[in-house]
Design a protein around this ligand. Structure first.
Ligand code: UD1
Length: 430
């Protein structure tokens, strides 16, 4: 089993280039099969979740040509099957995007129910509500989400809760439904906008993405396109927080600063300097952080996917901070691990009360999920001594070459898969 082994205490300096947004890419890859023409997608992150989805797309018959690790050509004209089920697809949350894509194009889909990170119960009732409102029959049996429609019809859908997944899924199906669909209380995340832009570049008619009302006029056919995915705001935020925790001065390149506003605001509150450029942000930190309060909210609020990384910062900030998680109810599973590194955190319901300690101490910890795993890496980078992060399978679902990028900034981190290599690293850095 692979692990990260980290010797903490090195400040980060230099430049890092951020990859394409995983969560945008997952939806865009699914949407790419909605045309029978060849779609070229660039700035693809080369991470595990993406590779699993591409494999599933290939399994149902689509042609997938990986031009290079960050570029793929997809042709959906060869699809013979609308049933998507294998042990891998069940592990990724975004498998559900194939439901909207296949339903839109073929009016039928059977997709294994989504898995993904265990960060709380992750219902799909809003997706079902949307598809039903468009006239589809929805049924869940034998672990499959089955949906079919004689005719998919545009309609008004109000989402009772802001959901990224439901917004995108309904938008995809509606892109090829008959007539006009209006999604109210839609998610406004940058990747919702990116998926809408992608579909529009294929000939869809979607307006209002990025606001809370999205209007979609269905079209009969979609056509080929070439598209480049937006930068990953969570990968960017993770590096920005790593600099804040270790101290240093890093230029984070290939980002859209606007997408990082909530993250940037919190960094400034805790005492870092952030300078914005057209497509980069520079973070300067002396490693001395101040306490603050943060609540996760749908975009443009503070992203839940940055919550564990934020808690790690506040764990070594002066004074008492609070982190309120308002999106997922089980997103504090990393707290026990962080406690083993010396953190003082008490969780009451959906609020973590954090009393800052001067330093973390290196320990052996488990990554409980993707973002929490990245947060533990940050803790390790800032800690005294050696930290070993186990179960990095989760981290690799969403971060490409994390250890390489951190090493290029001066961090002492290596990926190892046996005790001998681990000890070798420890000797090397001691
Ligand atoms: C996506 C992201 C995930 C991020 C989350 C919130 C992907 C692959 N994943 O997840 O990284 O943390 O957005 O920004 O893009 N809900 C319902 N019913 C539904 C759907 C959702 O009640 O049918 C609830 C969820 O339990 C949660 C909230 O709505 O409390 C938001 O979930 P949602 O935005 O749908 O998250 P995902 O799309 O699963």
């Amino acid at each position: 089993m692979e692990q990260y082994v980290i010797k903490g205490g090195s400040p980060l300096y230099g430049e890092v280039v951020i990859g394409g947004a995983k969560n945008a890419a997952l939806a865009i890859l699914a949407a790419a099969i909605m045309t029978d023409e060849t779609v070229t997608i660039d700035n693809l992150p080369n991470v595990r979740d993406i590779n699993v989805l591409l494999h599933a797309i290939e399994e149902i018959g689509a042609h997938v040509e990986r031009v290079n690790p960050h570029k793929v050509k997809i042709n959906g004209s060869f699809i013979q099957d609308v049933i998507v089920d294998n042990e891998f697809i069940r592990k990724i949350r975004a498998s559900y995007y194939l439901i909207g894509a296949l339903l839109g194009k073929y009016k039928r889909a059977e997709v294994a129910l989504p898995g993904g990170c265990d960060i709380g119960s992750r219902p799909i009732d809003l997706h079902m509500k949307g598809f039903r409102a468009m006239g589809a029959t929805v049924d869940i049996s034998h672990g499959l989400f089955k949906v079919s429609a004689e005719q998919l019809k545009g309609t008004h859908i109000y989402l009772d809760k802001v959901s990224v997944g439901a917004t995108i899924n309904i938008m995809m199906a509606a892109a090829m439904a008959e007539g006009k669909t209006v999604i109210e209380n839609a998610a406004k995340e940058p990747h919702v906008v990116d998926v809408a832009n992608f579909l529009n570049s294929m000939g869809a008619n979607i307006r209002g993405a990025g606001t809370d009302v999205i209007r979609i006029v269905g079209v009969e056919k979609l056509h080929k396109t070439e598209y480049s995915i937006i930068p990953d705001q969570i990968e960017a935020g993770t590096f920005m927080f790593a600099v804040a925790a270790t101290g240093g001065d890093v230029l984070v390149k290939n980002v859209i600063p606007k997408h990082l506003e909530a993250t940037t605001a919190k960094l400034i509150e805790v005492g870092c300097q952030v300078e914005e450029f057209d497509d980069a942000v520079r973070v300067v930190s002396n490693g001395k952080l101040q306490h603050t309060q943060v609540t996760t909210l749908p975009y443009p609020g503070f992203p839940t996917d940055m919550q564990p990384q934020m808690a790690v910062l506040l764990g070594i900030a002066s004074g008492t901070s609070t982190v309120t998680e308002s999106i997922f109810e089980n997103r504090f599973k990393y707290v026990d691990e962080l406690t083993r590194m010396g953190a003082e955190i008490k969780v009451e319901s959906n609020i973590a009360i954090i009393t800052g300690v001067p330093k973390y101490t290196g320990a052996r910890v488990n990554a409980p999920d993707l973002r929490a795993g990245a947060a533990l890496v940050i803790a390790g980078l800032a800690a005294d001594g050696i930290t070993v992060v186990d179960d990095i399978y989760y981290v690799e679902r969403g971060y490409e070459a994390l250890e390489e990028k951190l090493t290029s900034l001066g961090a002492k981190i290596e990926k190892v898969d046996n005790e001998k290599d681990l000890q070798k690293f420890v000797l090397k850095v001691s």
